[in-house]
Design a protein around this ligand. Structure first.
Ligand SMILES: NC(=O)c1ccc[n+]([C@@H]2O[C@H](COP(=O)([O-])OP(=O)(O)OC[C@H]3O[C@@H](n4cnc5c(N)ncnc54)[C@H](OP(=O)(O)O)[C@@H]3O)[C@@H](O)[C@H]2O)c1
Length: 231
């Protein structure tokens, strides 16, 4: 497949490496422009492109930038991009360490619903609950004992199945985690978050999740956003 990736940091860089490795054609972008991605392009064979080209470059487009920065993307980024193009959101909301307060998320909509609203596009939530390093190194062939599973949430079954196939190609079982409004079950602070469970464990963890955002994951009066490197 042709796959666009917006964001070339820990997750975007990892997905560029892994997706090219399994044979996909990747178009990767960051905020500083293609020249800054020359090394990654050389290493992986991916093409370094602009953000707009990445949004138009694929049958699948992965958006993988810090949550608060979603607001900095061009408002018309997906205008004219065919409906059948699948958009994946890997994002997590870190109000205290990184993103500052996002009022709608604090008020209760899921993080990925907020991203979809900002992009004006449906999204499928995936790859948000695994550390980038584990995504790079811990994939295993299908059927392996203890294979790590990843939850995949979204409203469009066909889009979700496309993403679940990609998850599997990258070496992980995929668990259907329901619609986007259920995706609080895999947000930061939930049992499945960074837990590396197998498929049964993921299903159990999703079922045990609590919707309430614990204080650690709520913005404070002082949450203005900064840029350290949380997961
Ligand atoms: N790190 C993890 O283990 C992990 C695991 C699961 C999920 N996540 C989530 O996935 C998302 C990405 O995380 P990350 O750790 O990969 O972030 P990161 O390492 O900080 O990288 C962020 C990337 O986003 C790019 N970017 C920022 N603003 C942009 C814009 N307006 N347009 C285009 N590109 C932009 C940056 O480009 P420049 O460098 O050019 O600014 C950089 O390539 C976050 O929501 C994070 O919470 C992270």
């Amino acid at each position: 497949m042709k796959i666009g990736i917006i964001g070339a940091g820990q997750i975007g860089g990892t997905l560029t490496r892994r997706l090219t490795k399994v044979g996909h054609e990747v178009f990767v972008a960051n905020s500083r422009g293609p020249a800054s991605l020359a090394d990654l392009a050389r290493e992986t064979g991916a093409q370094a492109v602009s953000v707009r080209e990445a949004a138009r470059g694929g049958e699948v487009v992965v958006v993988t930038i810090p949550e608060a920065k979603i607001r900095d993307l061009p408002r018309d980024l997906f205008a004219g991009v065919p409906d059948e193009v699948v958009v994946i959101d890997t994002g997590n909301y870190y109000p205290r360490e990184r993103d500052g307060r996002i009022g709608e998320i604090e008020a209760g909509i899921t993080e990925s619903r907020w991203v979809a609203n900002q992009l004006g596009r449906p999204v499928v939530k995936a790859f948000n609950n695994i550390y980038a390093q584990h995504l790079l190194e811990r994939g295993r062939p299908g059927g392996s004992q203890g294979r790590i599973a990843l939850p995949v949430a979204g409203d469009d079954q066909h889009a979700k199945e496309t993403v679940m196939r990609l998850v599997n190609e990258l070496g992980f079982d995929a668990v259907d985690a329901g619609g986007l409004d259920e995706s609080w079950r895999q947000q930061p602070g939930t049992p499945v978050y960074t837990a590396d469970f197998d498929a049964d464990g993921v299903r159990r963890a999703l079922a045990q999740a609590s919707k309430e955002r614990t204080p650690k994951w709520q913005a404070t009066e002082n949450s203005t956003g900064s840029f350290t490197h949380p997961a």
